[in-house]
Design a protein around this ligand. Structure first.
Ligand code: GLN
Length: 192
């Protein structure tokens, strides 16, 4: 199992540590040829505008879209924004997932927060039952899911914070910033 991590900007190193803990081989992806031989790709959190601009500059947009047709991709936070097909403003998006996303939906940096989530799919996949502690940093929300995308987790007030469309996964929060490896295990199961 070999998982790539898009390493243009953001917290790709933290995802790398998480995957190493799980014994998975990782590759930092900066150019289209780095996608060869990968089973899946993680797009980290950071700044979606920057990630998008750099992906355009390095000729990665079409290779990433092509990769996503047949491989697992997981976008966390800025990565989720980049995977979506509608954010109500103009910036480079892969448009792979049928989700409408609102950037910075919880406000500014000071409004970052942590909370426990109930995620049934995650419990099933990892045979656990305890809540998932999620870290939100200038996080987006998923305003709606369409087509064959489905809601994986929502806050108590109903706002969607995780969605899945086949082998594509989007989370508003940052599973790479906790000690809980369950989300990474779940993604590996999608990539496998
Ligand atoms: N606010 C960032 C954006 O809109 C995302 C923040 C993050 O990835 N933690 O791209």
């Amino acid at each position: 199992m070999k998982i790539g991590i898009l390493a243009l900007q953001g917290d790709f190193a933290e995802h790398g540590s998480m995957l190493k803990k799980l014994g998975v081989e990782t590759v930092e992806v900066r150019l289209p040829e780095h996608l060869n031989g990968l089973h899946g790709l993680i797009i980290p959190g950071g700044e979606s505008t920057t990630i998008g601009k750099l992906a355009v500059a390095y000729g990665l947009m079409d290779p990433l879209r092509e990769f996503g047709k047949s491989h697992a991709i997981w976008g966390t936070c800025a990565g989720a924004i980049f995977l979506s097909n509608d954010i109500g403003r103009d910036q480079p998006l892969l448009g792979l997932m049928n989700i409408k996303v609102q950037r910075n939906a919880f406000g500014r940096q000071v409004d970052s927060f942590e909370t426990d989530l109930e995620i049934e799919e995650l419990y099933k996949a990892t045979r656990t039952k305890h809540p998932y502690h999620a870290v939100f940093i200038r996080a987006p929300i998923i305003q709606s899911v369409g087509g064959n995308a489905k809601v994986l987790s929502a806050l108590e007030d109903g706002r969607i914070v995780a969605a899945q469309q086949g082998h594509l996964l989007a989370t508003s929060f940052h599973p790479e910033l906790t000690d809980d490896t369950r989300f990474h295990e779940y993604f590996i199961s999608l990539a496998g």
